[in-house]
Design a protein around this ligand. Structure first.
Ligand SMILES: Cc1ncc(COP(=O)(O)O)c(C=O)c1O
Length: 386
C-alpha cells in the first residue's frame, strides 16, 4: 500500500474545504448567470450571491460591502493597489515606501514604477523580519503617496506592526496598502483599527478556490482613489472589468466566513502543531535555527534553517511529505530567498531554510509521521556529508 502523502505547505495554497465546495457547486451549473446581466433571474440570482460574498468579505475585515472589489487573486489586487495609487496620486508625489521582504507581487510592481520615474524606499527588516516604525517615519517625504507593507510574510510568517504603521500613515495623510494574502482569515485584521486604506486578499490561502481574490479600498476618510489596471465592461465600479468568477467569489465568501468563525480553534490547533514541530526538531537537531519572529508570527507557519543541510537536497529526499524551500511562488528560481537574506545571517541560512505550513486537515499523527521522515532525511544527509 502506498504511504499517505502529508501536505505541509499551506502557505503556498490550501485545499478547498468540502463545505466551501458544496456551496460553490450550484453556481457552475444551476445558477450560472452573468452577475452583470440582470435583466432576468439567471443573472439576478448570480448577482445576489455575489453581493452576499461581498458582505461576508467586508464583515471579516470590518469594512463596508461597497468597499470590496473582486479580482483574480492577491497578485492582481497588489497590482491594482500599486499602479492604481501611482496613477491617481502621481501629481501629488512620486514616492512610495515598501519593505525588502515583500512578495514579488509588490516588489515587481515597485520595480516597474521605478522605471516609470517613481522613487521607491525599500525599508530593511531586523533579524526577525520586522520593519522599524522609526525607519518608516524617517523615510516619509512630502512626496510620499503610499506605504505598502505586507500584513504577514509568506515565507517566515512574521506579522507586521500593522496598527503602528496605520497610525503613522494616518498622521502624515498617506495611504496605507497591505498585502493581506497570508493574514486575512488566519489572524484578526480590522481595517478600521489598523487604519488600512487598501488591502489585498486571496481566496486560496484560506481553504477557498484558486484564481479569486479581493481588494478592499477605503471609501471615505480618506477616500482611496485607484485607477484601473484592466479596462473593459466597467465591472466592479470600473476598477476591474471582466465577467465575475461567480463560483469562485461564492467560494471565497464562504471560506472567509468559516475562517473567521473558526479562527480561535484553528489558531489553537496550529500553535500546538508548530510548537510540537519546533520542540521535536530542537530535540533531534539542537543546531536548528528559527527564521522569523518567535511570537509575532502566523500560527500555521514555521520556518527553520538546519546548518549545512541544503533545503533543496532535503526536499527531494522526502517521498511522502510536502514542505517547501523558500517561497513556492519563486521555486523555479535558484536564487536564495530574498526574505531570509534580508534577515542578515548570510546566504547559507537561506539555502538551509525550510518552510512548514500546517493546516486545517493535518492531525498530530500526520505531523509525527512527517517529522520522522524529515529528521531521518536530515540525519541521512548529514551522514553522507560528514
Ligand atoms: C504575501 C503574498 N502575496 C501575494 C500572493 C499571491 O496571491 P495569489 O496567488 O492569490 O495571486 C501570495 C501567494 O503566494 C502571497 O503569499
Amino acid at each position: 500500500m502506498e504511504n499517505k502523502k502529508i501536505y505541509l505547505d499551506h502557505n503556498a495554497t490550501t485545499q478547498v474545504d468540502p463545505r466551501v465546495l458544496e456551496v460553490m457547486l450550484p453556481y457552475f451549473t444551476e445558477v450560472f448567470g452573468n452577475a452583470a446581466s440582470i435583466d432576468h433571474d439567471f443573472g439576478y440570482d448570480a448577482k445576489r450571491a455575489v453581493d452576499k460574498a461581498r458582505e461576508q468579505i467586508a464583515k471579516a475585515i470590518n469594512a463596508q460591502p461597497e468597499e470590496i472589489i473582486f479580482t483574480s487573486g492577491a497578485t492582481e489586487s497588489d497590482n491594482i493597489a500599486l499602479f492604481g495609487v501611482a496613477e491617481k496620486y502621481a501629481h501629488k508625489g512620486k514616492h512610495i515606501i515598501t519593505c525588502v521582504t515583500e512578495h514579488k507581487a509588490v516588489l515587481d510592481c515597485c520595480q516597474r514604477l521605478e522605471q516609470q520615474g517613481f522613487n521607491i524606499t525599500y525599508l530593511p527588516v531586523d533579524e526577525y523580519g520586522l520593519i522599524s516604525l522609526e525607519d518608516l517615519e524617517a523615510a516619509i517625504t512630502p512626496q510620499t503617496i503610499l506605504i505598502s507593507i505586507m500584513a504577514a510574510n509568506n515565507e517566515i510568517g512574521t506579522i507586521a506592526p500593522l496598527a503602528g504603521i496605520g497610525a503613522i500613515a494616518k498622521k502624515y495623510k498617506i495611504l496605507f496598502h497591505s498585502d493581506g494574502a497570508q493574514a486575512v482569515g488566519h489572524i484578526p485584521i480590522d481595517v478600521q483599527k489598523m487604519n488600512i486604506d487598501i488591502l489585498s486578499i486571496s481566496g486560496h490561502k484560506i481553504y477557498g478556490p484558486k484564481g479569486v481574490g479581493a481588494l478592499y479600498r477605503r471609501k471615505s476618510n480618506p477616500r482611496a482613489l485607484l485607477a484601473p489596471v484592466i479596462y473593459g465592461g466597467g465591472h466592479e465600479k470600473g476598477l476591474r472589468s471582466g465577467t465575475l468568477n461567480v463560483p469562485g467569489i461564492i467560494g471565497m465568501g464562504c471560506a472567509i466566513e468559516l475562517a473567521i468563525k473558526e479562527i480561535k480553534a484553528h489558531t489553537k490547533k496550529y500553535k500546538e502543531l508548530t510548537d510540537y514541530i519546533w520542540t521535536k526538531l530542537k530535540e533531534e537537531l539542537p543546531e536548528v535555527l528559527l527564521n522569523g519572529h518567535p511570537k509575532e508570527r502566523l500560527p500555521h507557519n514555521i520556518n527553520v534553517s538546519i546548518p549545512s543541510i541544503e533545503s533543496k537536497a532535503l526536499i527531494v529526499q522526502l517521498k511522502n511529505v510536502a514542505i517547501s524551500a523558500g517561497s513556492a511562488c519563486t521555486t523555479t528560481s535558484v536564487e536564495p530567498s530574498h526574505v531570509i537574506i534580508a534577515l542578515g545571517f548570510g546566504e547559507d541560512r537561506a539555502h538551509n531554510a525550510i518552510r512548514i505550513g500546517v493546516g486545517r486537515f493535518n492531525s498530530i499523527a500526520d505531523i509525527k509521521i512527517a517529522l520522522t521522515e524529515i529528521v531521518n532525511a536530515i540525519k541521512n544527509l548529514k551522514s553522507i556529508t560528514a
